[in-house]
Ligand binder design. Structure first.
Ligand code: HAM
Length: 411
């Protein structure tokens, strides 16, 4: 018999947690729909190549975090570690090219074999938006504006800062990469083992190393901004101008490189100080080469994903849930009638519970614990008279209300 506890890095989401979780998803759906995005749900597992080819062999996700397995038919499959590659796969396999630009949103569980800590899990959940087929900087602005609107709607924008950078186009990045390799090679003896490895595979990742020795080298390292060619510079200027026009504040962060290899041009993260070490609540950017990496026609893309658990932890102004009303039938006949009353009230949109067990006092106590607004007591006597005793649980007042008048008494 397996141990009766969730697997390390996974958790049951219930009680207050699931309310916050659903609140984030509901607000997200509402914002995404207001921005005219269409929902897409992709499968939770894909062929391993979908992720391996696109996220970068040297990225942490591909090199050490994927849940990859062979199924009974001998296929190499991977539980999705993120949404973007699956959506890019769907864009091609569903023939979405015919629609030109598509704006998609989705949410659901992701899987990464990371070291669990507060805000970091092995099964976690993302909200995700992507615009495919739009090369314009205004698409980048729209994506960031959507993230900003969501954070405002959730009431957490005051606690986060938008970090913004440009990774430039392929030409700019190659020039920068060469300069970085030069610089870090000269200081190779001061680099951590991980970064020595990165120096060969993906030197840009050294810029977001957490190792202190590595970090000491950063102030004098070449800056990406100095290597952007004219096309990349003007693209970035347009993105910044668009954000300025909307009054969306940001800080420029030259060390923001993102953890996945598919990015070009705009890269951004919304970061909070309130959650401790795992402070990035939303991360995204442009990925113009991704669909080509999968073997498709060149197709620009831009999007972001947000960690639902992290956003849910930040929310603290959740709207009050509707208060229930509770029926308390005493006796078998009353119970049958109470069922019918409950069904009718529910059909009219009320939240109704049934207090079945225990003496009247116990049942009323339980209704109070549920934060019910009214109790409707239905005993033999009430049943005979065609009424319930309607008790206001806030002030204790009670009166008889005929069955036919109940709905209007409660709304
Ligand atoms: P990412 O930065 O890897 O980007 O993840 C996005 C967000 O997911 C993070 O900012 C964080 O809030 C959340 N997250 C990531 N890993 C965990 C974890 N282990 N536990 C809890 N939350 C986590 C992407 O996934 C890209 N696909 C984003 C994107 C979309 N870029 C373009 N389009």
């Amino acid at each position: 018999m397996a141990k009766l506890q969730p697997v390390r890095g996974t958790r049951d989401i219930w009680g207050d947690d699931v309310k916050r979780f659903s609140y984030v998803v509901d607000r997200f759906r509402s914002v995404a729909e207001r921005f005219c995005f269409q929902e897409i749900q992709t499968p939770i597992f894909e062929f391993t190549d979908v992720f391996k080819r696109t996220l970068g062999e040297a990225s942490d996700v591909v090199s050490k975090e994927m849940y990859t397995f062979e199924d009974r038919g001998g296929e190499q499959l991977t539980l999705r570690p993120e949404y973007t590659a699956g959506i890019a796969r769907a864009y091609q396999s569903e023939g979405m090219q015919q629609f030109g630009t598509v704006k998609l949103f989705g949410y659901g569980p992701m899987f990464r074999y990371e070291r669990p800590q507060k805000g970091r899990y092995r099964q976690f959940h993302q909200i995700d938006v992507e615009i495919l087929g739009a090369p314009e900087p205004s698409a980048d602005v729209e994506i960031i504006a959507l993230a900003h609107r969501l954070l405002c709607d959730l009431g957490v924008m005051n606690d986060v800062t938008l970090h913004l950078n440009s990774l430039g186009d392929v030409e700019s990045r190659q020039a920068y990469r060469a300069a970085l390799v030069d610089y870090f090679t000269q200081h190779a003896d001061q680099l951590s083992d991980d970064s020595k490895d990165r120096l060969e595979k993906n030197p840009l990742r050294i810029l977001d190393s957490k190792n202190e020795g590595d970090r000491a080298l950063l102030p004098d390292a070449p800056k990406l901004g100095d290597y952007l060619n004219e096309t990349s510079k003007s693209f970035f200027e347009n993105v910044k101008a668009g954000l300025d026009a909307l009054g969306i504040p940001y800080v420029l962060d030259q060390n923001l490189v993102r953890g996945l290899d598919y990015y070009s041009h705009t890269a951004f993260e919304f970061i909070t100080e309130t959650l401790g070490a795992q402070g990035t609540v939303i991360g995204g950017g442009r990925y113009d080469g991704l669909i080509e990496m999968m073997g498709g026609n060149p197709t620009p893309g831009i999007g972001f994903a947000g960690g639902i658990e992290r956003l849910a932890m930040m929310v603290d102004n959740m709207p009050e849930a509707a208060r229930p009303v509770v029926l308390i039938p005493m006796g078998d006949d009353a119970e049958a009638k109470a069922m019918a009353i409950a069904d009718d009230l529910r059909a009219h949109g009320l939240v109704v519970d049934m207090g079945y067990r225990g003496n009247l006092k116990k049942r009323l106590k339980r209704a109070n614990q549920q934060n019910a607004s009214f109790a409707m007591i239905l005993g033999e006597d009430e049943l005979a008279r065609g009424v319930v005793t309607l008790r206001n649980l806030d002030d204790g007042e009670q009166k008889d209300v005929a069955f036919a008048d109940l709905l209007s008494a409660l709304t």
